[in-house]
Design a protein around this ligand. Structure first.
Ligand SMILES: N[C@@H](Cc1ccc(O)cc1)C(=O)O
Length: 472
């Protein structure tokens, strides 16, 4: 671990250490300065977070992996965690089986119990790693004085309380407190009623999320819920539910001790968009996943490296832990020589480190250097195989597998092009190379004499796409 920190420190040598120590005064000041706050349900949240509180945010397991669009709420939670607040990351094993209508124009498909279980496991693991790496990175930049006491982050699954709950208990305890008029007035419901309608299942979703907030408030003293701006309605539903339940209880049993009656809050985050105004987190129409098997580490790196100048400041402030002063310095250096993409490089390195760790980042940088800059002949095929071993663009084959297959077919098989006719076209246009040598004839097979020390082919399409075949 120490070695890892040292390596991380070395890779962060770009940054002056004068800003490396900083004390969190009020986490809200920090979050506002970084552009994290879209809205809060009550201004008193500022006083409230002057002393340690407990905050939660939830994510539904609609896929086995999180994607970069999920990073913003996680970063928000991470700032609270680093500042000494208690943090609960909730994975919606129950809500994920219902489907949140917020921000969706059509019903979600129902996932099988098995699929949900796989998804919950995948996401739970990713959240754990995210906070572990976040702390590791923070120790490089943020040294709170006096040291802040941090609490272990809790990752909970709402199936814990919904799994055993009967429908009658839900309708009597939670449903009874909810007003249909308030439920109908939620944006997520209104927009669907105006266009295509909504199932009773998705209509009820807001009550499930409201119930979560109430459970977390009672069981863990949780008083803040954080979410994207599309979550406003669901968050407010939770606050309303908690207040109504308290009122009922007070009426039935007389006022109870004050601590459990303290105000609860909601805070929403802005929706991150791309320069063209689309939802952030897609690359060529596909989500950019945190799971390296779904989006390779180098594709994740490249996704951030390719961000336009107009967006890089927003992403540096929200998706990295670099102190604001360091971000300013980085941007100033970037503006002097924009063609060097200094800010994009820092962004890509920081995010890749946060998601995949320092070792994987270094491997990825090495791979990029290898694929883009240095002459291939400087390398041994074993070294390249080692660097790319877990990369989705790497495949071990036998010579028999590929010997008599035309290049265009190989390219299509390994996903370099969508079809072999697209590969043929790319060859004709001179966009294809094998170990640095241009291949114009798409009918040709891989030439054994081009192999790097008898083992390796790098197929390249244009500047960005490549595939590595390691011949055993
Ligand atoms: N509804 C949230 C996820 C969520 C689930 C349960 C909660 O208690 C909170 C949030 C979303 O779709 O992003």
């Amino acid at each position: 671990m120490r070695a890892l920190f040292r390596a991380a420190r070395a890779s962060s040598r770009l940054f002056s250490t004068s800003h490396a120590s900083r004390q969190h005064q009020n986490v809200l000041d920090e979050l506002e300065a970084r552009g994290f706050v879209a809205a809060v349900t009550s201004p008193t949240i500022r006083q409230h977070v002057n002393s340690p509180s407990c905050i939660y945010s939830g994510v539904d397991p609609s896929a086995p992996s999180l994607h970069v669009g999920n990073l913003l709420p996680l970063m928000g939670l991470l700032h609270f965690h680093l500042a000494g607040h208690e943090v609960i990351a909730l994975v919606g094993g129950a809500t994920g089986s219902i489907g949140d209508p917020s921000g969706r124009s059509s019903e979600r498909p129902i996932l099988s119990a098995e699929q949900l279980k796989t998804n919950v496991e995948g996401i739970t693991g990713q959240i754990g790693k995210f906070f572990a790496r976040g702390e590791e990175l923070a120790s490089l930049f943020v040294e709170a004085k006096p040291p802040v006491k941090r609490h272990p982050v809790k990752v909970l699954n709402n199936l814990e309380w919904f799994g055993q709950m009967s429908l009658l208990d839900f309708l009597r305890g939670t449903g009874k407190q909810a007003r249909v008029s308030a439920m109908l007035s939620k944006e997520s419901v209104k927009s669907r009623l105006a266009d295509g309608g909504i199932s009773f299942t998705e209509f009820s979703y807001q009550l499930l999320q409201a119930h979560d907030f109430s459970v977390l408030n009672q069981e863990y003293g949780c008083r803040i819920q954080l979410g994207g701006s599309d979550q406003w309605g669901n968050i407010v539903a939770g606050i309303d539910l908690i207040n109504r339940q308290r009122k009922t209880l007070n009426a039935e049993e007389g006022p109870i001790e004050s601590e459990s009656q303290d105000e609860v809050f909601g805070m929403t985050l802005p929706l991150l968009t791309t320069a063209s105004g689309e939802k952030f987190g897609k690359s060529a129409g596909n989500a950019v996943w945190l799971d390296a098997c779904k989006t390779s580490v180098s594709d994740l790196y490249q996704f951030f490296y390719r961000q336009p100048d107009s967006m890089v400041e927003v992403y540096l402030k929200t998706l990295t832990l670099l102190p604001l002063a360091t971000i300013e310095e980085t941007l100033a250096r970037h503006r002097e020589r924009p063609q060097e993409r200094i800010a994009q490089r820092v962004l890509a390195e920081q995010v890749t480190h946060l998601i995949h760790g320092e070792d994987v980042l270094q491997k990825c940088l090495r791979a990029a250097e290898l694929l883009f800059n240095t002459p291939l002949s400087q390398y041994r095929s074993e070294e390249i195989a080692h660097v790319f071993a877990t990369d989705t663009r790497f495949k071990t084959v036998s010579w028999n597998d590929i010997e008599s297959i035309p290049l265009r077919k190989i390219m299509a098989t390994y996903g370099l092009t969508a079809s072999s006719s697209a590969a043929a076209k790319a060859c004709a246009e001179g966009a294809v190379s094998v170990n640095g040598a241009k291949v114009l004839d798409h009918k040709s097979c891989l030439d054994k004499t081009l192999m790097l020390d008898d083992h390796l082919f790098i197929l390249k399409l244009g500047k960005k796409d490549q595939f590595i075949l390691y011949v055993e």
